[in-house]
Design a protein around this ligand. Sequence first.
Ligand code: FES
Ligand code: FE2
Length: 398
Amino acid sequence: MSQNVYEVGKASQLSRQYGPYVQADWGYANHWYPGVFSDEVAERGVVGITIGGHDIAISRDQNGKAWALSDRCIHKGVKLSLKPMCFADGTITCWYHGYTYNLESGNLDTIVGSPDDKLIDNARTRTYPTEEFAGIIWVFVGDEDYPTPPISTDLPIKVTDKPNAIPHLQDPRIITRGIRRKLYGNWRLAVENGLDPGHLLVHWDNQIIVALDRAMPLGMKALKEDATELLDFEDGPKGVMNRYDLPDNYAPVFENPKVPDIKARGKWMPEIFRVSAWVPATLMVENWPIPDYAQYEFYVPIDDHNHMYFEVIAYWGGTPDQDKEFDMKYEHFFKPLGLLDFNNNDIMAREATEEFYEKRDGWNNEQLSDLDFSVVAWRKHASKYGRGFFESPDFDEE
Ligand code: FES
Ligand SMILES: [Fe+2]
């Protein structure tokens, strides 16, 4: 690879090569996103979320099926999720004046205090397609008339390098545990931080690295133009993958003679440790935190400056004893050392980045280097495959 990956040195010129991505500050519409974890929504429960400016209420009927509909009552616009009320099965009632919606169709089935009202059956609220698997309720969010694509087009590929290598999200044998938290920072800065081969420095002294003696290089050097593989399966997902598993593609940097006081920690790296980013906003880290497990992260846009951060550890379900062991590892190892201590360093980094991009036109003022090779590949790829843009729902905004 030449010394300068980017012939165009100026960010303002480079950013034109992925214009649609720069435009996607509210996120990409017409995609599947994780909404909530399955165990957050009880039967007749209601949980409110926001994805790309869409306020969405997720509920569960008495058969256990999850549904999603607009979290804005059509009467006076309050959020249904503020005070969950599900009186008749398969419906959700607004706590304020009793407008009662059918969960499946969004139809206004009745109004509690006005049973003969003319509006009944003559109005509806918006519903959203849902799916539920891998311990997550997924929601398809975007334009109301957009044809719903299969959710497999928005999930990382099934990795086939070795049998049972990594649990795919749609595999029925998968077991997952995870957390989600609302964070400050644009969703794109979060995806980029996850994929970024140059950011490993923030993890240098993290608990899990010290505890495992796992190699944490100071950086990963791309050795050729296609070190980061572009993945665009026909009728399948679209992503970019840092092929750390191929020694001709990336070389770990363990030391830098100009900074002799810092050297990479740890001694071993699992054979297939790869990091990939997927449209719309997903990260897959294979064989992390330890071999045969996978960490999935979803950076779901809430608005242009906040995202919901899903951190999920996935493993193969097995015997009750193995499942118990997974729970034990999750509670006392993966969660405290991985999802919290390790990922908190990423959170600090993206929160710290947001101000520059929000207030100082970071997209045109950043100075990228060879380190940013795969991030630029991701930006271009996402520009190509995003299905639309979320827009600010604030009608009176400039
Ligand atoms: S605001 Fe919901 S019924 Fe009036
Ligand atoms: Fe990180």
